[in-house]
Design a protein around this ligand. Structure first.
Ligand code: CU
Length: 244
């Protein structure tokens, strides 16, 4: 217990945060900050009721790009320590500090015009999620993929404009109430195809999460202080993923 307390203490000192700032579609890189609304700050939001919980705050990078995403496409979301990626040569906290274990979750909200849509008051539905599998977190895979997190856009989603909210939750300090770290940005996308599903299990941001949800207030360490979930199942927060 003593050892793990020390490890926890060190982990929570780390400030190797992260920003989602680039999209790929079926392997094609859409360009740095193209169609992604991002702040300059890499700091997380920790209050699940923060007014900016949908698409983050102090957005400094935004353009009019709307990224075409065929339903069924393999989509990549790229994370970097700071805007542009590494903060310095051999930055150990790029794409994110290794301590920052947790899930990565993707939501969509239907909008009229993705380039101009306001992020508040939208109805979000979950299209993908990755949590903990055999001791490996979604964040571990993202780090192994040099910042890329991949998921499949469901084949049945109806064509049109959407905001795509990609969220990473860092749980290294989450055994303490209010210390889970939420990282999110929104991308502007246009789904194409012949799908007819307009979403299900809608939630609001803020509103979808409670600070004491089992996937948000949680001790991810085993008895030796390893952040592998301790063999306990991990319940990803939010609603069920859309099924086609
Ligand atoms: Cu951090």
């Amino acid at each position: 217990m003593k050892v793990s307390s020390i490890i926890l203490g060190l982990a929570s000192l780390a400030s190797g945060h992260s920003i989602f700032q680039k999209v790929s579609v079926n392997g094609v890189d859409q360009g740095q900050l193209k169609g992604v609304r991002a702040p300059d700050s890499d700091y997380p939001i920790q209050n699940v009721n923060d007014a900016a919980f949908a698409c983050n705050k102090d957005i400094k990078h935004a353009d009019s790009t709307v990224i075409t995403v065929p339903a069924g496409a393999k989509v990549g979301a790229w994370w970097g320590h700071v805007i542009g990626g590494a903060q310095s040569a051999n930055d150990p906290d790029h794409p994110i500090a290794k301590s920052h274990k947790g899930p990565i979750i993707v939501y969509l909200a239907k909008v009229d015009n993705a380039a101009t849509a306001q992020p508040t008051g939208l109805k979000w539905f979950k299209v993908a999620e990755d949590g903990l599998n055999n001791g490996q977190w979604a964040v571990d895979k993202m780090i192994a993929n040099q910042g890329w997190h991949y998921f499949t856009m469901p084949t049945c989603i109806a064509p049109g404009d959407y905001l795509m909210r990609v969220e990473l939750i860092a749980l290294h300090g989450a055994q303490v109430p209010g210390q889970a770290q939420f990282y999110m940005e929104c991308a502007q996308i246009r789904i194409t195809g012949s799908g007819t599903n307009a979403g299900a299990n809608f939630v609001s941001f803020p509103g979808a999460y409670k600070s004491n949800d089992p996937g948000i207030q949680i001790n991810i360490y085993d008895n030796s202080g390893n952040p592998n979930g301790g063999g306990r199942p991990y319940k990803i927060p939010g609603p069920a993923v859309l099924t086609c």
